[in-house]
Design a protein around this ligand. Structure first.
Ligand SMILES: [Fe+2]
Ligand SMILES: [Fe+2]
Length: 214
């Protein structure tokens, strides 16, 4: 597929990202693409499958948010993607490969990524939640909820997601448990470990600042 194909595809899908939460807007997709291309350098990959899967992976997000989680954006996204890719004349074998990537990119799904392209999308998507960008995304989401800026004493078990207690730090404590173990590619793990270290250091520093120690 050439640049013109991707420009047209991007134009076609942009409407699905209008009004979505900034943590999953099209800039997230563009960052995931950059990470995926980096990981793909070390792997034998169908670049068109990977590129299209990344571009379309969160296309069903808006409907999931609007349905308060009732609709799964991975499953729904794969259906929307199939329709669009047929419109664009992509062959069915490739479409199936792309839909497998989209269907399996969620951490909470029971369907696991099997192909290398699906594994790379999965990793790149999780990596965008780590590091400096991870801090910014969690803070952005907490701000959207009107949550507290920082509570070093937060007890995850006694507080709820989507509440005023759902600070960036709470989100970090919840989502970062065993995150490195979930990353599937070698290069993905290397990147994730560096970003995870940065994030841990960041919140340790925030705890020290809150205590007036630094
Ligand atoms: Fe997603
Ligand atoms: Fe995503």
């Amino acid at each position: 597929m050439d640049d013109e194909f991707y420009a047209k595809l991007k134009e076609r899908i942009m409407r699905y990202f209008e009004g979505v939460n900034p943590t999953h807007d099209f800039m997230h997709t563009e960052r995931v693409l950059n990470i995926a291309l980096n990981i793909a350098e070390d792997e034998n990959v169908d670049m068109d499958v990977l590129r299209m899967a990344v571009l379309l992976h969160d296309i069903g997000r808006k409907e999931q948010d609007e349905s308060c989680g009732e609709i799964c954006h991975a499953e729904n996204g794969a259906k929307i993607a199939r329709k669009i890719l047929r419109e664009f004349g992509v062959d069915e074998v490739k479409i199936n490969k792309i839909c497998h990537c989209i269907e399996t990119h969620r951490t909470r799904r029971d369907k696991a990524p099997e192909s290398i392209e699906a594994k790379i999308l999965f990793d790149a998507d999780k990596i965008d939640g780590l590091g400096a960008i991870g801090v910014l995304r969690t803070a952005s989401f907490a701000g959207h909820l009107g949550a507290v800026v920082h509570n070093p004493e937060i007890d995850v078990e006694k507080t709820k997601a989507y509440s005023k207690d759902d600070s960036a730090y709470r989100e970090f404590l919840v989502t970062h448990k065993n995150i490195i173990d979930k990353i599937m590619t070698k290069k993905g793990k290397e990147i994730a470990q560096k970003r995870d270290r940065f994030m841990k250091d960041f919140f340790e520093r925030a705890n020290k600042e809150a205590a007036g120690e630094v």
